[in-house]
Design a protein around this ligand. Sequence first.
Ligand code: BEZ
Length: 218
Amino acid sequence: MIENTSHVTRSVGGALRIGEMAPNFMARSTTGEISFSDYRGGWVVLVSHPGDFTPVCTSEFITLAKRLGEFEARDCAVIALSVDSLFSHLAWVRSIYEKTGIKITFPIIEDPTLTIANAYGMVGGNSQDAATVRATFFIDPSGLIRASTYYPATVGRSVDEMLRILSALQKTDAENILIPEGWSEGADVLIPPQQSINDIFEHDPGEWFYQYKQSNKG
Ligand code: BEZ
């Protein structure tokens, strides 16, 4: 039974933008039936991939599996999706396990009708086929899209960068700070620019420019 065709709450459209609600869906996955709304209250990194049994995707999934604990430590679930069938996903997971001993324990959703892929804008605009591109959505506990990235089939994503974006979003939610270029966990962060006339008179006007401070939380 494929539930995802009738339960996506957004019509077919372009890529989702930052600040939009992540469409809800129900779908079959390698860990059982998923109702996306059940993930509310925690962060989700939703990743689409072009196809099972392909080298770049396999490299991404092996690293995601190895580093799943780092997402979980940030109260974040990882969910993957492609147009391949559930049985293809299961065979791929088994093959990865047989070859490497690594278990892909996060859910991989089947989306053969592209219903979810279209709702999230995961299909390339110029696609020769119906495969999803390497889209990554960072979804916050209230269900909002907070960041997204799109890579072509030929270029694998960096799991380090996924964790960095996730940490940066969580940090800017928790503290009144900004994240500079190349930031990594524990490094200096930026103080937001002055936004009121009082700040302007009380502080050196040059202060706003690249003012770093050591963050309270690592
Ligand atoms: C890959 O994951 O290796 C791949 C997938 C689709 C097209 C090209 C490469």
